[in-house]
Ligand binder design. Sequence first.
Ligand SMILES: Nc1ncnc2c1ncn2[C@@H]1O[C@H](COP(=O)(O)OP(=O)(O)OP(=O)(O)O)[C@@H](O)[C@H]1O
Ligand SMILES: [Mg+2]
Length: 279
Amino acid sequence: MSQHHRVLEVDRLSVIHRARGRRGLPVVACDEVSLSIAQGEIVGVVGESGSGKTSLAMAVAGLGRITSGTATVSGVQIGRRLPRESRAEIQVVFQDPHGSLDPRQTVQRGLKELRRIHPRRTSWIGDEELLAKVGLDPLLLGRLPHQMSGGQAQRISIARALLLRPSLLLADEPTSALDVSVQAQILRLLLSLREEEGLTILFISHDLAVVRAICDRVHVMLRGKVVEEGVTSEVFDRPQHEYTKRLLAAIPGHSTPDSTGDKAGASASVGATVAREAS
Ligand SMILES: Nc1ncnc2c1ncn2[C@@H]1O[C@H](COP(=O)(O)OP(=O)(O)OP(=O)(O)O)[C@@H](O)[C@H]1O
Ligand SMILES: [Mg+2]
């Protein structure tokens, strides 16, 4: 792993949200979090609601507060005043596929706007070919967000991210709002984009089954701290931290340790895995 190019390096990153309201106390959302991702890896962050996952993602994307520590993407340190070119290196796909698209804009208009802002980054591919990469019919170019299903809208969000050739894709619960069968399709799409485009992904989820299906490595967060990390199959088969054990115990049917462990196998059976473990 270490011989590969490091796309993301997070070093003792802390995020403290200011108090809300007069009596509110500041919230330590991330407490000295460190992690790194090599080119082409899919690395997961799991933890219960409020453990700091989105705060971490927003900080890494340059969209949220960094109280101390650093996040570096392809050698550029993240801060609030990133130049446009560096900002484009990190693309984010959010949970709500419709909410992240402009409701008044057809898919094609939206792509056109991205191409106008980033003419050089986006010239590598045409609209129809881009949609084909995310498994969509070119007919969808004329659609407005409300004329698409959740799965289609999420594919469009992924296509828009892909168009900018980011060195890092941040996916924050990208399948949580989707039906289980559509979830599996989107996960398979992300895996194939990693294979074909060399996409590097920081994958955030509260859903261990989903993380198991696509992440090479995983970090477990509890109240802002990373309490356990490692190769996904090892963390799942031999959890060390009590919290990880509790999370795993909550997955129906988890007691059968998955012996395949390798990514090729996981990728081929992601639908079955997700369907079985999420049901
Ligand atoms: N802008 C904000 N101002 C104040 N507190 C915040 C802010 N954003 C998040 N928090 C608090 O920080 C903590 C971590 O929140 P965060 O959204 O990062 O968690 P999460 O792991 O993404 O949760 P979920 O699984 O529900 O999305 C929570 O206690 C939350 O209430
Ligand atoms: Mg969140």
